[in-house]
Write a protein that binds this ligand. Structure first.
Ligand code: ZN
Length: 377
């Protein structure tokens, strides 16, 4: 996500309450999509599906003939599209909304359902971020420029993940999802250490922290095998564990335990146009490496994270996310944005300044480059 809730809910979190949030149901399996009609029936009488064009074409061809209204997502989670969908929900008299596709289709469905006051059922078709289980959504302008984070009243009623669908998607999505999930434990740990607010307006629980840790351990254990399964488009236990880590464990982990330097550096990097072709999780991975240098993490721990990134193909250098490491002026701009007052980077111990962040970015890139040179890659 791109900003933190701490500034908004400062007064309630100041009360010191622990908070954790979850989706109502999480269902994952090969062919799990077959449960969709029953789940719609469980939540309401009249469902409406918002699907990305590819999800509609590939997975929902039988639904239109069953008389279930199917709306095609127009590509951007922006105010116009949210309003259009909310209007269709009202016109159709829908009492359950399904959001199926990538992050933007899913986020649009979350907001429209919240506005219409009906439950939302999320069907992610890729595992590239930890957004599906969360109650927040990112809103952009019509042109795709970040505008705000929208917090819904409740998390999705159901998150339905068909591992066969995820396995059929390009591997880069799954790897990027591992990059997003890789940061979860470190950011959760920082929030716990400094007693900083999480993303649902409270403080972390043992539950949130333990799931964040399990997320990290699962990635290290099964990540490389899951990548190989994805490359061959097969569902294996390893792939299944990584889908759970990317979507469920990381989703609960970030929302219920909080964000830190990794996501703030990601947000800073989005100020540089050259990073735009790279996925959220790829930039978060570099943000995590920066965060490890910034917070003086033990070198052996840092080495382990670099090793994992190298093994599964996440970027470990600035050039790996399109940035010229020699251009300090541009890097400084990203570092400055990463330190904006509302950023989770201030959940790290000590005072965070653009200069420290700039130095950590350069240090992270230097280690990544040296390791590459040594490995001859
Ligand atoms: Zn993220």
């Amino acid at each position: 996500m791109v900003e933190t809730l701490s500034s908004k809910e400062g007064s309630s979190s100041a009360a010191g309450n622990l908070k954790a949030v979850f989706p109502g149901k999480y269902i994952q399996g090969e062919g799990a999509l077959g449960e969709l009609p029953d789940l719609i029936g469980l939540l309401g009488r009249r469902g409406l599906i918002l699907a990305s064009p590819s999800a509609k074409r590939e997975y929902l061809s039988g639904y239109a003939s069953q008389g279930l209204p199917l709306e095609e997502f127009r590509g951007e989670c922006c105010e116009g599209e949210i309003r259009r969908l909310t209007e269709i929900v009202r016109r159709e008299g829908a009492d359950v909304l399904v959001g199926m596709g990538g992050g933007k289709a899913v986020d649009t469905a979350k907001i429209a359902a919240d506005r219409a006051g009906i439950p939302v059922l999320i069907v992610p078709t890729i595992a590239s971020t930890d957004a599906p289980c969360s109650g927040c959504a990112v809103v952009y302008t019509e042109e795709g420029v970040f505008e705000s984070v929208s917090y819904q009243r409740m998390n999705p009623s159901v998150v339905l993940v068909d591992t066969k669908v995820i396995a059929a998607a390009p591997t880069r999505f799954l790897v990027a999802g591992m990059g997003d999930a890789l940061a979860t434990w470190f950011e959760a740990r920082s929030c716990e250490r400094t007693q900083s607010a999480n993303e649902c307006g409270g403080y972390t629980t043992l539950t949130g922290l333990t799931l964040a840790r399990l997320c990290y351990d699962t990635l290290l254990r099964y990540g490389p095998d899951a990548k190989r399964a994805s490359q061959r488009k097969i569902v294996t236990p390893a792939l299944s564990h990584i889908v759970e880590a990317n979507i469920l464990l990381s989703g609960i982990g970030f929302e219920s335990s909080g964000l830190g330097a990794a996501h703030s550096v990601h947000n800073g990097l989005t100020a540089l146009e050259e990073t735009h072709p790279y996925y959220h999780g790829e930039k978060v991975a570099f943000g995590l490496l920066t965060g490890l240098h910034l917070t003086d993490a033990p070198p052996e721990e840092t080495a382990g994270v670099y090793g994992f990134c190298e093994e599964i193909g996440l970027p470990t250098t600035l050039s790996g996310i399109g940035v010229d490491a020699a251009d300090r002026e541009r890097l400084g701009r990203a570092a400055w944005k990463a330190c904006a007052p509302q950023e989770g980077i201030h959940h790290e111990a000590g005072a965070m300044t653009p200069e420290k962040v700039l130095n950590a970015m350069i240090a992270a890139d230097a280690l990544g480059s040296d390791r590459k040179a040594r490995q001859g890659t």
